[in-house]
Write a protein that binds this ligand. Structure first.
Ligand code: PHB
Ligand code: FE
Length: 324
């Protein structure tokens, strides 16, 4: 028994339609259509599927996942809001914004069903545009292997005995075409006698040069609540992420342009061009998306502590890590 409604496949386009609460979703050859009691919204199918794929893979992520300026989810870690126009000043003022709150697992079931039905054979929502077929057209098969990829998470650190392995041709990770110049040598470890099993190191640049996905941070090291989440980026971050905590960006190679807006209203706040070696902290009261003209490497540093969003909401923790 589903906790959402799903139609039979449409006779012409072949896609199913879905409903949860007062939200309705359908797709045709090019577009996804969203309806709620006081409004409607349309997104390009590929843009919708790229955002949906991230929201599914990240289990609603930290804070807000805006698919665009209108539609998205806000994570309360247990329950999740699905909204339209809620964080868009113009929609709010016009009184056409809407949101419902669900059990996170129930909403996830709907999102997985939509992602499954609307992703055609040959389309990979995680891939850069030049590395995938098109999302468009009538229903044509599926791409289950691509959309059920698990986000790679180390227990302690990539390369440690028994942990997530380093990437090689042999374990299915060829070098990406845009990182052909990245050296692949691994560090030489000379541990003191007796510590051989406890010291490990790996080449993070080599690891990222072999990522087959874009805009999908893996967790490469875990120290208490400190998560190092490096990722390879090409084209556009498919969501505008609304932070509920500070997060740090370290640009490891090439260049990303970040467009930063107010989290609640969507008003423009800043454009930040980050070049290799630059470090920035994204405040806890913003949303941001990024543009990477050439595939680049980014380290996202997250504080995973579940106490932070409340402390920030109550004004007990700052929205920026430093005041100048
Ligand atoms: C972010 O929202 O901070 C984010 C998400 C995915 C990425 C990079 C940054 O690949
Ligand atoms: Fe973010």
């Amino acid at each position: 028994m589903h906790k959402f409604e799903m139609s039979e496949p449409d006779n012409y386009y072949g896609y199913r339609s879905f409903a949860k609460g007062a939200f309705e979703f359908s797709r045709d050859e090019y577009f996804v259509h969203i309806r709620w009691p006081k409004g409607t919204h349309v997104m390009q199918a590929d843009a919708f599927l790229r955002a949906l794929q991230r929201d599914v893979a990240w289990n609603f992520f930290y804070g807000t996942v805006n698919f665009d300026a209108v539609f998205g989810t806000m994570n309360h870690y247990g329950t999740v809001d699905m909204f339209a126009g809620r964080y868009n000043d113009a929609y709010r003022k016009a009184g056409v914004d809407y949101q419902e709150t669900y059990d996170g697992g129930e909403l996830m079931a709907l999102f997985k069903a939509m992602l499954h039905d609307w992703t055609n054979r040959g389309y990979d929502p995680f891939a850069a545009p030049g590395e995938t077929g098109q999302a468009y057209g009538r229903k044509n098969g599926d791409n289950e292997a691509a959309i059920t990829r698990q986000r790679i998470m180390a227990q302690r650190m990539v390369g440690c005995p028994g942990d997530t392995p380093i990437r090689t041709d042999a374990n299915g990770y060829p070098m990406n075409r845009q990182f052909a110049d990245v050296p692949q040598d691994q560090p030489v470890i000379k541990a003191e006698p007796g510590f051989e099993g406890e010291v490990c190191a790996f080449n993070l640049f080599a690891y990222l040069s072999r990522s087959d996905v874009t805009w999908n941070p893996s967790v490469c090291s875990v120290v208490k609540e400190s998560l190092y989440c490096p990722t390879s980026e090409e084209f556009v971050l498919p969501v505008e992420h609304g932070n509920d905590r500070v997060e740090w960006f370290l640009q490891m190679s090439d260049e990303i342009t970040w467009v930063v807006k107010d989290k609640i209203t969507g008003a423009p706040r800043a454009t930040v061009v980050m070049k290799a070696g630059d470090i920035a902290a994204m405040p806890a009261d913003i949303r941001h998306t990024g543009y990477s003209a050439k595939r680049s490497m980014l380290l996202v540093w997250e504080n995973n502590s579940s106490t932070i969003p409340d402390l920030i909401q109550q004004g007990k923790a700052p929205v920026t890590p430093v005041r100048f």
